[in-house]
Design a protein around this ligand. Structure first.
Ligand code: CA
Length: 741
């Protein structure tokens, strides 16, 4: 059993004598960059994209018409003005502060010189792509409390543009169609079928064949996944495809659910939610008029709780091909039967024609979280390849005959905690890859981030697992894991990040660049011979696509996750990228000071749109170092059991945003160790009274008593004290020690 031993210090230091500079973590901004204004000379009709145009997009090199540039979503640009020879002249053309320090993940869409993109809180912007002048902006006014209902910050990965409309999926589950000319709302629909559950929408909608396709997230909270297709013109619901079965006492919504239900066991999965959310990748294939859905992890994560006795749990962690017109399934391929590790198959998918063993095939390419790079035949889902692209130990290999992974029995975590690679952040997450069909390579951001999987303490003794509303419901233990990671930081397996040029057919990496940090940005490659990627250190880099040699770097002074795009206006090629990190990076074994490894921790998490061209001379404002010191803590005498309770409650309610062991991950969310005396005084008002709701910090009065909030407060102060002492070199003082069981 674990015990906590605290050396309690009572520091009778009045708040007034805190000399510390009252540094508040960056405020959670809710400002909009600018009100609607029309200042740029706009073309008569904006956003004129249709199926024929997207089908011909491979040759339409100056535009970026869909999320992945074309229906193929290869993210490979034919533009060559910026190339190996000219790259040294690339400079900043313009930039825009987005008025937020929250995570930026969007891929901009560029149509005829106008850039459409989303930022945090699902806000949408239309700007002149050559100079950044605002044409319009739209704020869906998502209520601040939604900040508590998303796993990975208030992000949005982009808009879709089609026939004069701009579509955005708002965090609160609305699908909204805007007039591309004015930003005026044309219609809105509620995509959420059950408002008693914590669904959210962060993914970019896809539009094709007159339909908008949109999924959702929320599997960490306990939801059932599905994708909806709406009429692009009217917003009328055309079909809905569920990815996991519902309550078996109710009729199946569609025949595929009858097949799926046979692969689930137990008596409660539908109450838990089941999962399988399609929160990122939906790709339309005009050659088969089908959409590929990348489905997410199980809800809860642990198979033994979710589906006791086993079963494959269709259609978790699968690629499902659905007829775009009827919504009926054509085929599926499940990457992780009986998913047990948060291994989603939601990562981006690309389509290509490839020679596989002497046969030209129409293939689908995906590098999901689980570490194997899948090549499937799009006609019927036949598995062609599944080579590992990162360090993998949960399975030895994928059997190409059965299509199933061969599990490593030594890493079963049912009885004992196990370090597993990849962990929940995946060997590759949503950060985009780029496919170079001519070279037969995929430029891929990869990572080796292990995780210590552990069943919840006493989960068998305490009766049936319960889903708790408004909280993470993982069915694995976070608190003990985090404590062990923090306590054994030096002995924990290291986390690493890479950019790889990977051959999905041979399974070999042509080249590999190791990056200083594990959590980096999406990728763009071009016929100019370049691969672009932003990283955690704040550098936007151009690599030679043949060798991986760094040819150019630009210091943005903040960390990057989003993928760059490139386009041209009036014969000038531009490169655009959003900066500002965050997302799901709370599972990495973070150190005591995020500023040592992250530009956003060192300088700030700046949400900005940066646009480059050859000869660009614009400059970013010089950054100041953030004050990362931890103030003295006013500790009070607390009983061991109250502190232990505060720790448990912190991990149950706070850690997913504010970091394991109160060590924030260096993004825009406040590091609670740095709370000012004023914030300490108003702690209960914030946590229970909801005084910072508008910024995303909703009240927790529905799940916490005043006494519990105080226990959390004392735990935070004690953790801050611990880390302050460590940073000051007083390691022997007030040590929090975990006795491992
Ligand atoms: Ca997940």
């Amino acid at each position: 059993m674990r015990t906590i031993t605290w050396l309690i210090l009572v520091l009778a230091i009045a708040a007034a004598i805190y000399w510390f500079g009252f540094y508040e973590p960056q405020s959670v901004s809710t400002e909009v960059v600018s009100d609607v204004m029309v200042s740029a000379p706009a073309p008569a009709a904006l956003g004129q994209v249709d199926d024929a145009r997207v089908t011909g997009a491979a040759a339409d090199d100056g535009n970026w018409l869909t999320h992945g540039r074309t229906f193929d979503e290869q993210r490979f640009s034919p533009l060559t003005q910026i190339n190996r020879e000219t790259i040294s002249g690339l400079g900043l053309a313009w930039f825009r502060d987005m008025g937020t320090n929250r995570t930026q993940e969007a891929t901009p869409i560029v149509v005829d010189g106008v850039m459409f993109f989303s930022s945090s809180w699902s806000r949408v912007y239309a700007m002149s792509a050559d100079n950044g002048e605002m044409i319009w902006s739209f704020d869906p006014k998502v209520a601040g409390e939604w900040g508590r209902r998303t796993c990975c910050d208030v992000v949005n990965r982009g808009v879709a543009v089609y026939q004069g409309k701009v579509y955005v999926g708002a965090l609160d589950g609305r699908l909204i169609a805007l007039d591309a000319n004015s930003g005026e709302q044309l219609w809105t629909v509620d995509t959420i079928i059950d408002r008693s559950r914590d669904y959210s929408v962060t993914g970019a909608p896809r539009v094709a064949n007159g339909k908008v396709f949109i999924g959702n997230g929320g599997a960490e909270y306990g939801v059932r996944g599905y994708v909806s297709a709406y009429d692009a013109d009217s917003g009328e619901l055309l079909w809905r495809f569920f990815t996991v079965p519902g309550d078996p006492s109710q009729p199946f919504e569609h025949p595929e659910m009858e097949l799926a239900a046979k692969t689930w066991s137990g008596s409660q999965w539908w109450e838990f939610g089941g999962g399988g959310t399609v929160w990122n990748s939906i790709v339309y294939d005009p050659e088969f008029d089908q959409v590929y859905l990348g489905t997410g992890n199980g809800s809860p994560w642990s198979r033994e709780i979710r589906s006791p006795g086993g079963g494959d749990n269709l259609f978790l962690a699968s690629i499902v091909a659905v007829d775009a017109s009827s919504g009926r399934m054509n085929w599926y391929y499940q990457e992780v039967p009986g998913e047990n590790w948060d291994y989603t198959a939601t990562q981006d998918m690309a389509l290509a024609d490839m020679d596989v063993d002497g046969v030209m095939r129409k293939v689908l390419l995906q590098a999901p979280k689980n570490g194997f790079f899948y090549v499937l035949d799009r006609a019927d889902g036949t598995l062609l390849r599944a080579h590992p692209f990162a360090t993998v130990n949960w399975a030895s290999h994928v059997d190409l005959q059965t299509g199933r992974p061969v599990l490593n029995p030594e890493l079963d975590y049912l009885e004992k905690a196990r370090w597993v690679l990849p962990g929940p952040l995946g060997a590759h997450n949503w950060q985009a890859m780029s496919v170079d069909v001519e070279a037969g390579l995929v430029y891929l951001p990869t990572q080796d981030i292990p995780f210590l999987y552990t069943m919840p303490q006493d989960w068998q003794k305490t009766g049936l697992y319960q889903r708790r509303k408004g909280q993470w419901n993982l069915g694995v233990e976070l608190q003990r894991v985090a404590a062990r990671i923090v306590e054994n930081f030096d002995s924990a397996p290291a986390s690493r990040g890479y950019l790889k040029a990977f051959d999905p057919l041979s399974g070999e990496a042509r080249w590999t660049v190791e990056l200083p940090h594990y959590w980096n940005g999406g990728v763009l490659a071009s016929r100019g011979g370049l691969v672009f990627q932003g990283d955690a250190q704040g550098y936007l880099s151009a690599y030679d696509k043949d060798t991986g040699e760094v040819l150019w770097q630009f210091n943005t002074y903040t960390s990057i996750l989003a993928a760059p795009v490139t386009y041209s206006v009036n014969g000038v090629q531009y490169l655009a990228i959003l900066t500002g990190t965050g997302g799901g990076d709370l599972f990495g074994p973070g150190g005591i000071d995020a500023g040592e490894t992250l530009a956003s921790g060192k300088y700030g998490n700046f949400g900005r749109m940066l646009v480059f061209k050859l000869g660009g001379t614009e400059q970013l404002p010089p950054p100041a170092l953030r004050d990362r010191s931890i103030p003295e803590q006013l500790l009070t005498a607390v009983a061991d059991e109250d502190l232990a309770s505060g720790e448990r409650l912190y991990f149950g309610h706070c850690a997913v945003c504010h970091g394991f062991a109160v060590r924030a991950a260096g993004a825009g969310l406040p590091d609670l160790r740095q709370m000012s005396p004023g914030t300490h005084e108003t702690f209960a008002a914030i946590v229970l009274g909801g005084t910072r709701k508008s910024g995303g910090m909703d009240s927790f009065a529905d799940v916490l008593t005043a006494e519990q909030a105080e226990q959390i407060h004392n735990y935070i102060k004690a953790r801050a004290f611990e880390d302050r002492e460590q940073l000051l070199g007083n390691k022997e003082t007030g040590r929090l020690t975990w006795q491992q069981d």
